[in-house]
Design a protein around this ligand. Structure first.
Ligand SMILES: O=c1[nH]cnc2c1ncn2[C@H]1C[C@H](O)[C@@H](COP(=O)(O)OP(=O)(O)O)O1
Length: 265
């Protein structure tokens, strides 16, 4: 067992600990882009994004309908530059602007971890998704949110493979019937699993901000389920670090702009 990880029994025996359960939903797909290009696989996070694999080496991802053509054009000319795309896990854009998996706090003295997670999913996704003990992957202590936080949080992570139609149903319900839509959950997103030479796709996605250890949970799952080859993931993460440095410069420039405006008004 990796350091920081707990067995399910150890986790449940922790007195005074809080428990949060989250799940990664993913599916394979037989869909074909333009009726001839195999898409292969689908993972969901909380915004709207479609990822497509061409044969086994080209992926297309459009973050919104309006920029679809730009991305399609890029993919057509970048076939040898795109890495393999294996599957599309689902995550969500949370109310706090961070990316995370669907789920939430569970009270094991009132409900099982799995029934608590299912309850959270019905609020966030708008439908009942049964989660079983077999879907459990690991439990570990979350990094302390603040030095003053009194109780430790244990995060329990689950992975559930679905079929493509179930994933579509989740996406439809999350945007229409879910009680938390537009409130605690701003939207679901599919994770792009390829990285283009310029750093688009997985590399850009991984450079966003995630809640708690959600990024590690995603990376670990991609490796464990062989959704992305270790070498490709390494390249994507290396690129993410570069993107991060660029983001810092970008933010500094934006900050300088607001400082100028504050003096003006
Ligand atoms: O996706 C996640 N992966 C790991 N830990 C997570 C994730 N999302 C949240 N968390 C941690 C940090 C949060 O403070 C707690 C509670 O989660 P949350 O989903 O915000 O719970 P409620 O909806 O408020 O019940 O777990």
């Amino acid at each position: 067992m990796a350091s920081g990880q707990l067995s399910r029994a150890e986790a449940l025996a922790c007195s005074g600990c809080r428990h949060a359960c989250h799940v990664m939903l993913y599916a394979d797909t037989k869909a074909q882009l333009f009726g001839r290009i195999p898409i292969k696989h689908i993972i969901l996070v909380r915004c709207v994004c479609v990822c497509v694999c061409v044969c086994v080496c080209v992926c297309v991802c459009h973050l919104s309908y309006s920029n679809t053509h730009t991305h399609l054009y890029m993919s057509a000319s970048l076939s040898e530059q795109a890495y393999f795309c294996v599957s599309l896990p689902q995550m969500q854009m949370r109310f706090d602007g961070l990316l995370g998996f669907p789920g939430g706090l569970v009270n094991p003295s009132e409900e099982t971890l799995e029934s608590g997670l299912s309850r959270e999913l019905s609020e966030e996704l708008g439908l009942a998704l049964p989660i079983s003990v077999e879907d459990h992957v690991d439990s570990c202590y979350a990094p302390p949110s603040s030095p003053s936080s009194s109780s430790r949080l244990i995060t329990h992570f689950y992975v559930k493979k679905m079929d493509e139609e179930q994933i579509r149903e989740v996406e439809r319900a999350a945007a229409s019937t879910a009680a938390d839509h537009g409130l605690e959950v701003l939207g679901m997103v599919r994770v792009p699993l390829y990285t283009m030479k310029g750093g688009g796709g997985l590399a850009s996605f991984l450079s966003h901000s995630f809640i708690g250890n959600a990024r590690s949970q995603l990376v670990h799952s991609m490796l464990r389920l062989n959704l992305v080859a270790p070498g490709e993931l390494h390249k994507a993460l290396t690129h993410s670090l570069k993107t991060h440095a660029h983001t810092k410069q970008d933010l500094q420039a934006a900050l300088a702009l607001t400082q100028g405006l504050r003096k003006q008004f």
